[in-house]
Design a protein around this ligand. Structure first.
Ligand code: SF4
Ligand code: SF4
Length: 125
């Protein structure tokens, strides 16, 4: 995995550093999956634009990737990494809170690491 420049130190817990960081949004494909509440929050056509259904069982829906980052990470402005889906981003993204172990690992590695634990169970019907 190609890493972007690691960032030293802990971020502001309010998330004010996130747009200038973006490290946790660098990860391999089939990383950020969506459950039913995520799909309902995002709605169409955003689901069509930014997600896909994996053809392999259990056919999870994932965010699309662009290379080694989430496709929804806007990299058009150097040094800025805003999320195109911020208000409706999946719960997997919300789990990585600023200053959490997964956040600090991502900042150290330059990409999301193995410490993040995404829930892999279907929500109740
Ligand atoms: S790694 Fe931490 S500081 Fe950086 S964008 Fe993610 S949550 Fe924010
Ligand atoms: S949806 Fe937004 S917060 Fe989640 S991985 Fe993609 S760019 Fe990052």
């Amino acid at each position: 995995m190609t890493a972007i420049t690691a960032i030293q130190g802990e971020p502001d817990p309010t998330g004010s550093d996130c747009v200038s960081c973006g490290q946790c949004c660098f990860h391999g494909p089939n990383t950020v999956h969506l459950l039913e509440p995520d799909e309902a929050r995002m709605g169409e056509p955003l689901l069509t634009t930014w997600t896909f259904l994996d053809s392999r069982p259990p056919r999870w829906r994932f965010l699309k990737n662009t290379g080694e980052r989430c496709a929804a990470l806007d990299t058009t402005t150097p040094g800025q990494f805003p999320c195109a889906l911020y208000e409706v981003r999946p719960d997997d993204c919300r789990i990585v809170e600023p200053g959490s172990p997964a956040c600090l690992e991502a900042r150290r590695l330059g990409h999301l690491g193995k410490s993040v634990l995404f829930l892999r169970v279907q929500s109740s019907p």
